[in-house]
Design a protein around this ligand. Structure first.
Ligand code: ADP
Ligand code: MG
Length: 244
Protein backbone atom coordinates (compact mmCIF):
# COMPACT_ATOMS: atom_id res chain seq x y z
CA UNK A 1 0.00 0.00 0.00
CA UNK A 2 1.21 3.47 -0.86
CA UNK A 3 1.90 5.57 2.21
CA UNK A 4 -0.18 8.68 2.43
CA UNK A 5 1.44 12.02 3.08
CA UNK A 6 -0.55 14.46 5.23
CA UNK A 7 1.95 17.33 5.23
CA UNK A 8 4.62 17.98 2.67
CA UNK A 9 6.96 20.96 3.05
CA UNK A 10 9.18 21.61 0.06
CA UNK A 11 12.01 24.15 0.16
CA UNK A 12 10.11 26.48 2.46
CA UNK A 13 11.49 29.99 2.71
CA UNK A 14 10.23 32.32 5.43
CA UNK A 15 11.37 35.87 6.07
CA UNK A 16 10.27 38.59 8.41
CA UNK A 17 11.73 41.66 6.74
CA UNK A 18 15.47 41.11 6.51
CA UNK A 19 15.31 38.25 8.97
CA UNK A 20 15.34 34.81 7.30
CA UNK A 21 13.72 32.15 9.47
CA UNK A 22 13.57 29.19 7.08
CA UNK A 23 15.86 28.85 4.09
CA UNK A 24 14.88 25.68 2.22
CA UNK A 25 13.04 23.57 4.78
CA UNK A 26 11.69 20.25 3.48
CA UNK A 27 10.09 17.25 5.16
CA UNK A 28 7.13 14.90 4.87
CA UNK A 29 4.67 13.72 7.49
CA UNK A 30 2.93 10.37 6.96
CA UNK A 31 -0.67 9.65 7.79
CA UNK A 32 -1.04 8.33 11.33
CA UNK A 33 2.28 9.66 12.55
CA UNK A 34 2.94 11.65 15.67
CA UNK A 35 5.48 14.05 14.25
CA UNK A 36 7.55 16.59 16.14
CA UNK A 37 8.90 20.01 15.20
CA UNK A 38 12.01 20.48 17.33
CA UNK A 39 14.77 23.05 17.52
CA UNK A 40 16.08 25.81 19.72
CA UNK A 41 14.03 28.76 20.82
CA UNK A 42 13.41 31.07 17.85
CA UNK A 43 14.34 28.41 15.27
CA UNK A 44 10.96 28.83 13.60
CA UNK A 45 8.92 25.89 14.94
CA UNK A 46 5.77 27.81 15.71
CA UNK A 47 6.07 29.75 12.46
CA UNK A 48 6.28 26.47 10.53
CA UNK A 49 3.16 25.21 12.30
CA UNK A 50 1.36 28.48 11.52
CA UNK A 51 2.30 28.08 7.86
CA UNK A 52 0.65 24.66 7.79
CA UNK A 53 -2.61 26.08 9.07
CA UNK A 54 -2.63 29.14 6.81
CA UNK A 55 -1.98 31.69 9.55
CA UNK A 56 1.39 32.61 8.09
CA UNK A 57 2.48 33.14 4.47
CA UNK A 58 5.64 31.61 3.05
CA UNK A 59 8.04 33.55 0.82
CA UNK A 60 9.15 30.55 -1.19
CA UNK A 61 8.68 26.83 -1.64
CA UNK A 62 5.48 24.88 -1.22
CA UNK A 63 3.43 23.71 1.74
CA UNK A 64 0.95 20.96 1.05
CA UNK A 65 -1.52 19.89 3.71
CA UNK A 66 -3.89 16.98 3.07
CA UNK A 67 -2.94 17.22 -0.58
CA UNK A 68 -3.72 20.93 -0.93
CA UNK A 69 -1.10 23.59 -1.65
CA UNK A 70 -2.11 26.04 1.07
CA UNK A 71 -0.71 29.07 -0.78
CA UNK A 72 -2.91 28.29 -3.75
CA UNK A 73 -6.04 27.13 -1.93
CA UNK A 74 -9.35 28.60 -3.03
CA UNK A 75 -11.71 29.92 -0.38
CA UNK A 76 -13.75 26.71 -0.61
CA UNK A 77 -10.65 24.52 -0.31
CA UNK A 78 -9.44 26.53 2.67
CA UNK A 79 -12.80 26.17 4.41
CA UNK A 80 -12.75 22.44 3.79
CA UNK A 81 -9.21 22.15 5.13
CA UNK A 82 -10.05 24.05 8.29
CA UNK A 83 -12.79 21.55 9.05
CA UNK A 84 -10.27 18.71 8.79
CA UNK A 85 -7.79 19.87 11.37
CA UNK A 86 -7.83 20.70 15.05
CA UNK A 87 -5.47 23.12 16.75
CA UNK A 88 -4.25 23.49 20.30
CA UNK A 89 -1.96 26.47 20.68
CA UNK A 90 0.54 27.00 23.44
CA UNK A 91 -1.50 29.78 24.97
CA UNK A 92 -4.70 28.66 23.25
CA UNK A 93 -7.03 30.08 25.79
CA UNK A 94 -10.57 28.87 26.19
CA UNK A 95 -13.29 31.50 26.11
CA UNK A 96 -13.50 32.47 29.75
CA UNK A 97 -17.15 33.55 29.64
CA UNK A 98 -18.28 30.19 28.26
CA UNK A 99 -18.54 26.87 30.05
CA UNK A 100 -16.23 24.06 29.03
CA UNK A 101 -19.06 22.37 27.13
CA UNK A 102 -19.92 25.58 25.28
CA UNK A 103 -16.26 25.99 24.35
CA UNK A 104 -16.29 22.56 22.74
CA UNK A 105 -19.60 23.27 20.99
CA UNK A 106 -18.48 26.48 19.24
CA UNK A 107 -16.89 24.94 16.15
CA UNK A 108 -19.71 22.46 15.70
CA UNK A 109 -22.23 25.30 15.81
CA UNK A 110 -20.20 27.24 13.28
CA UNK A 111 -19.38 24.47 10.83
CA UNK A 112 -22.32 22.06 11.01
CA UNK A 113 -26.08 22.28 10.72
CA UNK A 114 -26.65 19.67 13.38
CA UNK A 115 -29.44 20.24 15.88
CA UNK A 116 -28.27 21.61 19.18
CA UNK A 117 -28.99 18.47 21.22
CA UNK A 118 -26.73 16.41 18.95
CA UNK A 119 -23.99 19.01 19.21
CA UNK A 120 -24.35 18.88 22.98
CA UNK A 121 -24.18 15.09 23.07
CA UNK A 122 -21.20 15.13 20.79
CA UNK A 123 -19.41 17.74 22.94
CA UNK A 124 -19.99 15.57 26.01
CA UNK A 125 -18.44 12.67 24.15
CA UNK A 126 -15.37 14.73 23.29
CA UNK A 127 -14.93 15.64 26.95
CA UNK A 128 -15.04 12.01 27.99
CA UNK A 129 -12.67 11.15 25.15
CA UNK A 130 -10.03 13.42 26.68
CA UNK A 131 -10.63 12.01 30.14
CA UNK A 132 -12.57 14.86 31.70
CA UNK A 133 -15.29 13.95 34.21
CA UNK A 134 -18.91 14.87 33.41
CA UNK A 135 -19.07 17.60 36.03
CA UNK A 136 -16.42 19.63 34.16
CA UNK A 137 -18.89 20.34 31.33
CA UNK A 138 -20.69 23.06 33.26
CA UNK A 139 -17.57 24.55 34.80
CA UNK A 140 -15.82 27.69 33.59
CA UNK A 141 -12.18 27.68 32.47
CA UNK A 142 -11.09 29.64 35.55
CA UNK A 143 -12.25 26.73 37.72
CA UNK A 144 -9.94 24.22 36.00
CA UNK A 145 -6.38 23.15 36.73
CA UNK A 146 -3.71 23.59 34.05
CA UNK A 147 -3.93 19.96 33.01
CA UNK A 148 -7.72 20.09 32.77
CA UNK A 149 -7.57 23.27 30.70
CA UNK A 150 -5.26 21.53 28.23
CA UNK A 151 -7.66 18.60 28.02
CA UNK A 152 -10.59 20.92 27.48
CA UNK A 153 -8.63 22.68 24.72
CA UNK A 154 -7.92 19.32 23.19
CA UNK A 155 -11.61 18.37 23.33
CA UNK A 156 -12.35 21.60 21.50
CA UNK A 157 -9.68 20.80 18.89
CA UNK A 158 -11.29 17.38 18.38
CA UNK A 159 -14.80 18.83 18.00
CA UNK A 160 -15.04 18.33 14.25
CA UNK A 161 -13.38 14.88 14.24
CA UNK A 162 -10.20 16.15 12.57
CA UNK A 163 -7.83 14.04 10.51
CA UNK A 164 -4.94 16.16 11.66
CA UNK A 165 -4.15 17.62 15.03
CA UNK A 166 -1.71 20.52 15.50
CA UNK A 167 -0.26 21.11 18.96
CA UNK A 168 2.18 23.81 20.05
CA UNK A 169 4.11 22.91 23.21
CA UNK A 170 1.16 20.99 24.68
CA UNK A 171 2.91 19.95 27.89
CA UNK A 172 4.62 23.24 28.68
CA UNK A 173 3.41 24.71 31.95
CA UNK A 174 2.05 21.40 33.18
CA UNK A 175 3.37 19.60 36.24
CA UNK A 176 5.27 16.40 35.36
CA UNK A 177 2.38 14.10 36.23
CA UNK A 178 -0.14 16.02 34.10
CA UNK A 179 2.40 16.27 31.29
CA UNK A 180 2.91 12.50 31.15
CA UNK A 181 -0.84 11.92 31.35
CA UNK A 182 -1.29 14.29 28.41
CA UNK A 183 1.37 12.39 26.46
CA UNK A 184 -0.49 9.16 27.05
CA UNK A 185 -3.72 10.76 25.97
CA UNK A 186 -2.20 11.86 22.65
CA UNK A 187 -0.84 8.37 22.01
CA UNK A 188 -4.22 6.83 22.83
CA UNK A 189 -6.10 9.24 20.57
CA UNK A 190 -3.82 8.43 17.69
CA UNK A 191 -4.38 4.74 18.27
CA UNK A 192 -8.15 4.90 18.67
CA UNK A 193 -8.97 7.66 16.18
CA UNK A 194 -6.14 7.10 13.73
CA UNK A 195 -5.43 10.82 13.53
CA UNK A 196 -2.10 12.30 12.52
CA UNK A 197 -0.48 14.64 15.02
CA UNK A 198 2.01 17.45 14.38
CA UNK A 199 3.46 19.01 17.49
CA UNK A 200 6.03 21.59 18.48
CA UNK A 201 7.73 20.40 21.63
CA UNK A 202 10.94 20.54 23.59
CA UNK A 203 9.71 18.17 26.29
CA UNK A 204 12.29 15.41 26.53
CA UNK A 205 9.84 12.79 27.76
CA UNK A 206 7.37 13.62 25.02
CA UNK A 207 10.12 13.38 22.42
CA UNK A 208 11.29 10.00 23.70
CA UNK A 209 7.94 8.39 24.42
CA UNK A 210 5.39 9.83 22.04
CA UNK A 211 6.96 11.03 18.79
CA UNK A 212 7.39 8.57 15.93
CA UNK A 213 9.60 10.93 13.98
CA UNK A 214 10.63 14.56 14.10
CA UNK A 215 12.68 17.25 12.47
CA UNK A 216 15.22 19.42 14.25
CA UNK A 217 15.39 22.96 12.91
CA UNK A 218 18.61 24.95 13.10
CA UNK A 219 20.37 27.61 11.03
CA UNK A 220 17.22 28.05 8.91
CA UNK A 221 17.37 24.41 7.79
CA UNK A 222 16.29 20.92 8.76
CA UNK A 223 19.28 19.59 10.68
CA UNK A 224 17.77 16.17 11.20
CA UNK A 225 14.69 14.20 10.16
CA UNK A 226 13.93 10.80 11.64
CA UNK A 227 13.27 8.84 14.79
CA UNK A 228 14.88 9.07 18.22
CA UNK A 229 16.53 5.74 17.50
CA UNK A 230 18.10 7.16 14.36
CA UNK A 231 19.21 10.30 16.19
CA UNK A 232 21.00 8.21 18.80
CA UNK A 233 23.15 6.72 16.03
CA UNK A 234 24.29 10.11 14.80
CA UNK A 235 27.94 11.04 14.66
CA UNK A 236 27.15 14.73 14.14
CA UNK A 237 28.54 16.57 17.18
CA UNK A 238 25.94 19.32 17.10
CA UNK A 239 23.10 16.82 17.03
CA UNK A 240 24.70 14.83 19.83
CA UNK A 241 24.64 18.03 21.89
CA UNK A 242 20.98 18.40 21.09
CA UNK A 243 20.39 15.00 22.68
CA UNK A 244 21.73 16.37 25.93
N1 ADP B 1 4.97 37.88 12.99
C1 ADP B 1 6.31 37.99 13.16
N2 ADP B 1 6.96 39.10 12.81
C2 ADP B 1 8.30 39.22 12.93
N3 ADP B 1 9.08 38.25 13.42
C3 ADP B 1 8.49 37.11 13.79
C4 ADP B 1 7.08 36.92 13.70
N4 ADP B 1 6.77 35.66 14.14
C5 ADP B 1 7.94 35.11 14.51
N5 ADP B 1 8.96 35.96 14.31
C6 ADP B 1 10.39 35.68 14.56
O1 ADP B 1 10.71 34.48 13.91
C7 ADP B 1 11.60 33.69 14.68
C8 ADP B 1 11.02 32.31 14.89
O2 ADP B 1 9.88 32.42 15.72
P1 ADP B 1 9.07 31.14 16.17
O3 ADP B 1 8.59 30.41 15.00
O4 ADP B 1 8.02 31.62 17.13
O5 ADP B 1 10.17 30.31 16.95
P2 ADP B 1 10.07 29.01 17.88
O6 ADP B 1 8.63 28.60 17.94
O7 ADP B 1 10.94 27.99 17.26
O8 ADP B 1 10.60 29.43 19.22
C9 ADP B 1 11.85 34.46 15.96
O9 ADP B 1 13.04 35.18 15.82
C10 ADP B 1 10.66 35.41 16.03
O10 ADP B 1 11.00 36.57 16.72
MG1 MG C 1 7.23 28.46 19.53
Amino acid sequence: MKERIVVEAKDIITRFGEHTIHNGVSFKIQQGEIFGLLGGSGSGKTTLLREMIMLQKIQGGQMKVLGVDVSQASHAQAQKLMRQWGILFQFGALFTSLTVLENVMIAMREYTNLPDWIIQESAHMKLSMVGLPTKVATMFPSELSGGMKKRAGLARALALDPKLLFLDEPTSGLDPKSARAFDELIATLRKTLGISVVMVTHDKDTIENVLDRFIILGNQKVRFEGSMEALRQTTDEELKNFLN
